[in-house]
Design a protein around this ligand. Structure first.
Ligand SMILES: Cc1cc2nc3c(=O)[nH]c(=O)nc-3n(C[C@H](O)[C@H](O)[C@H](O)COP(=O)(O)OP(=O)(O)OC[C@H]3O[C@@H](n4cnc5c(N)ncnc54)[C@H](O)[C@@H]3O)c2cc1C
Length: 425
C-alpha cells in the first residue's frame, strides 16, 4: 500500500515496490548516521548499491542500462528514495540529471564511456553550474574554456558542487564565446571534465544538512579537456541546461514527497502513543489539525508532482510551468511538514532521539537548490503570462468579464496612467 497509489499504473507500482524494498533492506542506518556526522566524505557505497540493483536512470533506454520507463515510474521511485534524506536522494537523482544531458545531447562514444558505467554505479558524476559569483544567473557564468585546437583549456571556479569530493567526472558549464556582446543563449558550452590534477577541491562546506555528499568548491586550473568531451554543440550549453532543468527540478519535487511521508508517519505514531493531561495528544485538536495540514500538503504535492510527470512524459507545452510549480510547492511543503512534525513531537522532536531534526535540516535545502523557489516563481509567472496573453480564441473561456453587473461602464475601465500624474499634482 502506497500513498497516492491510484496515480500509478502497474509498471509504476512494481518499481515503487522494488525500490521500497531496496531502501528498507539495503541501506544501513549506521552508514546514514556516519554521513550526517560528516564521517563519510562521499557516499560511493550508496551509488554502488543503487547501481547494483539496477535502479539508476530508470527513464533511459535499456541499451544504456536504464529500463525505458516513463516519468511517472521514475517519480514514484524517487519518492521512495526521498525517505533517505537529501544526500542519498541527490546520489540517486544525479545520474538522472547528468544522464539527461548525455542521452539527449551526447555522442555514442560519450554514452559508452560515461553513461553506461554511471548507470551501473561504477562511475560517479557531478554537475557544476553554480559559481561563487552566483547560481541563479546561469548565463553569467565566468568559468571559461579556450579553444586550443584539439582541446579546450578550462579555468574557473564552481561552488556547492555535490560530489566535488569523490565524483569521477563533472558535467560543467563554461563560457566558450568570449565576445562580450554575445547573445546569452550562445555563450556557454557543456563539457565533461574528468577528475585530474588540474581539478582541485578547494573547499568542503560545513552544511546544515544533506551531509556526506562531498559538497565543495571546485577550481579548474589550466585543465586540458579533449574536444570530444563537448556535450551538444559549441556555445549550445543553454539548450542542454534547459533540458536538464526538467529532471533537476522534478526530482527535487518527487523526493520531497518521500521526505514528508517519513516525518508524518513518525508524528502520527508518536501522537497516538504520547499522553498529556490524561489523554493521547492526538485527541487534542491543536495537534491533530497539524497532522491534517501536513497530510494535505503531502497529498497536494503528490498531485502536482504526478501532474508534472505526465506533462513531462508527453512534452506538453505547459510542462515547464508544471515542473516549476511542482518544485516550488512540494519543497515548500516539505519544509512546512518538517516544522509541523517537530511541533507534534514537542521537545523530543528537537533532539536526535528522533530523526525529525535531521529531516528538518535537510528540508531547508530543496527550497534553495536546483533553482531557488524565487526563481521558480519567476518561471511560473513568465510562462503563465505567455499562455494567457497569447491564448487562441478557441481555448478561451466565456467572456466572464461581461457577466459583471456594470460591465459596460467603459469610463471606469482605465488602464493607462497617461495624464493621471498631472491631475494629482
Ligand atoms: C548543499 C548545496 C548543494 C548544491 N549542489 C549543487 C550542485 O551539485 N551543483 C551546482 O551547480 N549547484 C549546486 N548548488 C547551488 C544551488 O543551486 C545555488 O545555491 C542556488 O541556485 C542559488 O544560487 P546562489 O546560492 O548563488 O544564490 P544567488 O543566486 O546569489 O541568490 C541569492 C538570493 O537572491 C534571489 N534571487 C537571485 N536572482 C533572482 C531573481 N532573478 N528573481 C528573484 N530572486 C532572485 C535568490 O532566490 C536568493 O534568495 C547547491 C547548493 C547547496 C547549498
Amino acid at each position: 500500500m502506497s500513498f497516492s497509489d491510484f496515480l500509478l499504473d502497474s509498471r509504476a507500482k512494481e518499481i515503487t515496490a522494488e525500490v521500497r524494498s531496496i531502501v528498507k533492506n539495503n541501506i544501513d542506518s549506521e552508514y546514514l548516521k556516519a554521513m550526517d556526522r560528516d564521517e563519510v566524505k562521499f557516499p560511493r557505497e550508496i551509488y554502488e548499491t543503487y547501481g547494483k540493483h539496477n535502479i539508476l536512470g530508470l527513464r533511459f533506454p535499456k541499451e544504456y542500462g536504464g529500463r525505458g520507463l516513463d516519468w511517472v515510474s521514475a517519480v514514484s521511485a524517487i519518492a521512495e528514495i526521498g525517505v533517505l534524506g537529501c544526500a542519498c536522494g541527490c546520489a540517486y537523482v544525479m545520474p538522472d540529471i547528468v544522464g539527461e544531458a548525455l542521452t539527449r545531447f551526447g555522442t555514442e562514444e560519450q554514452k559508452e564511456k560515461y553513461l553506461k558505467p554511471m548507470l551501473r554505479g561504477e562511475l560517479v558524476s557531478a554537475e557544476a553550474l553554480t559559481e561563487p559569483r552566483g547560481g541563479s544567473d546561469f548565463f553569467g557564468a565566468t568559468s571559461k574554456a579556450e579553444d586550443k585546437g584539439d582541446y579546450f583549456l578550462v579555468n574557473g571556479q564552481k561552488r556547492f558542487v555535490v560530489g566535488a569530493e569523490g565524483a569521477d567526472f563533472f558535467l560543467v558549464y563554461v563560457r566558450t564565446n568570449p565576445d562580450k556582446n554575445a547573445d546569452p543563449y550562445k555563450r556557454i558550452s557543456t563539457l565533461l571534465i574528468e577528475r585530474s590534477p588540474g581539478v582541485e577541491v578547494s573547499y568542503l562546506y560545513g552544511l546544515m544538512g544533506s551531509r556526506g555528499g562531498g559538497t565543495g568548491r571546485l577550481t579548474f586550473r589550466n585543465v586540458k579537456v579533449p574536444k570530444e568531451n563537448l556535450v551538444g554543440g559549441l556555445h549550445d550549453g543553454a539548450m542542454v541546461f534547459y533540458d536538464m532543468m526538467v529532471p533537476e527540478r522534478l526530482t527535487s519535487a518527487a523526493a520531497s514527497i518521500g521526505g514528508m511521508r517519513s516525518m508524518l508517519e513518525i508524528a502520527a505514531r508518536y501522537s497516538d502513543k504520547r499522553f498529556a493531561f490524561g489523554k493521547k495528544i492526538r485527541k487534542f485538536q491543536a495537534v491533530n489539525t497539524m497532522l491534517a495540514k501536513g497530510v494535505t500538503l503531502m497529498d497536494a504535492s503528490a498531485g502536482i508532482v504526478y501532474q508534472a510527470a505526465i506533462a513531462a512524459n508527453i512534452n506538453d507545452p505547459k510542462m515547464r510551468r508544471m515542473v516549476s510549480e511542482a518544485k516550488r510547492f512540494s519543497t515548500d511543503s516539505l519544509w512546512e511538514v518538517a516544522n509541523l512534525a517537530m511541533q507534534i513531537l514537542g521537545g523530543i522532536g528537537y533532539t536526535d532521539v528522533y530523526p525529525i531534526e535531521k529531516a528538518l535540516r535537510d528540508a531547508r535545502l530543496p527550497q534553495i537548490w536546483t533553482g531557488t523557489n524565487q526563481i521558480m516563481d519567476q518561471l511560473i509567472q513568465h510562462e503563465y503570462y505567455n499562455e494567457v496573453l497569447n491564448m487562441p480564441e478557441s481555448e478561451q473561456i466565456r467572456n466572464i468579464e461581461g457577466d459583471a453587473m456594470n460591465a459596460n461602464e467603459q469610463d471606469e475601465k482605465i488602464f493607462d496612467d497617461e495624464g493621471m500624474w498631472e491631475v494629482h499634482e
